[in-house]
Design a binder for this molecule. Structure first.
Ligand SMILES: C[C@@]1(CC(=O)O)c2cc3[nH]c(cc4nc(cc5[nH]c(cc(n2)[C@H]1CCC(=O)O)[C@@](C)(CC(=O)O)[C@@H]5CCC(=O)O)C(CC(=O)O)=C4CCC(=O)O)c(CCC(=O)O)c3CC(=O)O
Ligand SMILES: [Co+2]
Length: 379
């Protein structure tokens, strides 16, 4: 009989607090599965990385791993990056089976978890129809190059807006796509609502959450007659843990609906040469692990797609790390959009992103930043 183990694949952050908070998730899942080993790992920046978590399960004698993305939506990370790590691992470990579940998605419990955070920000337990007709909801999604994942964030906004009865609502994004948090809030103010709830649909704290709350504070300081309510991110609420349990069960029993099967879709697109696996240049590397020592901060221990997107041989990198492989990645639509984010500029974000910014947008942003008034457009 095969021994099962559970693996939660998280994002990771340069913020220590995010690592600690993500660990709480694994703790919550362990409470639900006391007899099964549960490990977690991060895709980028943080330790343990996904390999380390998988190693821990293997070393505990697990032969059937049920892996689930610790991700809200099915975008690049859940669709390409995690499956790439998992299939590579399975290929290298004979006799090991890795199943893969789907993203948390807009499960009713995730919506409940989000609404609980919004009500908490407003300081109420429940609302009656009409209570929030004078209030605007601004949902902050992460933002990705995956249009459908961005659309899920907008769908969430609609659902919550109807459930709670907000006067008006809008979806903004913390990066990658438009509208940015800053531009979105400027637009929101034009509508004249005096109460605005800003609710980030994020699992944990991190650099992006800090940036979002800072932005709200900055805008709030400029309009003293408007009250901003900052909702907490989701974190390890029972609703979230329960959603993980459902995703684990679906993967374990093989009852994922075909159209939602991320691993099947990954393999299919890989075979067709359509995959754009993002390189994990930021993946945490164990200094004791020789395999990952390639001297330039890259761990290329996974598939690289070469079929679509552009290869890094096509353009100049203009930054310190070199890519000695032809990885490719998502195309950022409307990257120069006037209401789009400028946050990535000069923040050390990968060339994969930066190389897609038109030079005039970069120049314009840099010029704004050196204005003596300090009027920053870095939204
Ligand atoms: C701050 C930063 C890292 C840094 O520089 O420190 C950071 C941080 C975090 N991202 C998180 C989540 C997601 N990140 C993505 C995608 C991308 N994120 C990228 C960059 C950055 N991400 C840096 C800021 C750059 C900027 O200014 O925007 C891109 C551009 C490049 C790359 O990853 O290499 C890549 C585009 C890929 C593409 O679309 O092609 C997706 C969507 C997806 O999967 O594609 C999800 C949602 C997954 C889900 O659905 O849950 C979380 C956890 C939030 C939570 O708790 O929920 C944190 C943690 C934190 O905030 O610290
Ligand atoms: Co790069």
């Amino acid at each position: 009989m095969s021994k099962k183990g559970i693996m939660i694949c998280g994002h990771g952050s340069r913020a220590k607090s995010a690592e600690e908070e993500f660990a709480l998730l694994a703790k919550g899942v362990r409470r639900l599965y006391p007899d099964i080993p549960v490990e977690y790992g991060f895709l980028e920046y943080s330790a343990p990385n996904i390999h380390m978590g998988l190693d821990a399960l293997r070393d505990a004698g697990v032969s059937e791993i049920i892996a689930v993305p610790g991700m809200l939506f099915a975008a690049t990370h859940a669709k390409n990056d995690i499956p790439s790590v998992l299939t590579t691992y399975q290929d290298k470990n004979e006799g090991l089976t890795v199943r893969y579940g789907r993203e948390l998605g807009l499960h009713p419990q995730m919506i409940a978890a989000f609404q609980a955070r919004i009500l908490e920000a407003l300081g109420v337990d429940h609302v009656h129809d009409g209570d929030l007709y004078d209030t605007m909801l601004v949902v902050v999604g992460r933002g990705t190059s995956d249009t459908l994942a961005n659309a899920e964030a907008a769908r969430l906004t609609r659902i919550v807006s109807e459930n709670l009865g907000f006067g008006w609502s809008e979806t903004v994004y913390s990066g990658v796509t438009f509208p940015s948090v800053g531009r979105g809030l400027e637009m929101a103010l034009k509508l004249g609502y005096k109460k605005i709830v800003v609710a980030p649909y994020f699992l944990f704290s991190g650099k992006l959450i800090d940036r979002i709350y800072n932005y709200v504070d900055r805008v709030a300081a400029s309009v003293p007659d408007v009250t901003f309510y900052k909702a907490h991110y989701l974190s390890d609420q029972d609703h979230v843990i329960n959603t993980f349990a459902e995703r684990i069960e679906e993967a374990a029993t093989g009852t994922i609906v075909e159209t939602q099967d991320l691993m099947a879709s990954f393999k299919d697109r890989l075979a067709k040469g359509e995959i754009e696996v993002h390189h994990h240049h930021a993946e945490f590397r164990d200094p004791l692990d020789d395999e990952t020592k390639d001297g330039d901060g890259h761990d290329h221990d996974h598939h690289h797609g070469h079929g679509a997107g552009h290869s890094h041989d096509d353009h100049d990198h203009g930054h310190g790390h070199h890519h000695h492989h032809g990885h490719s990645h998502g195309v950022y639509k409307h990257i120069g959009h006037p209401n789009g984010p400028r946050t990535m500029i000069d923040q050390g974000v990968c060339c994969c992103f930066m190389s897609q910014f038109p030079q005039e947008v970069i120049d314009e942003e840099r010029a704004l930043r050196i204005e003596p008034t300090g009027a920053s457009a870095s939204a």
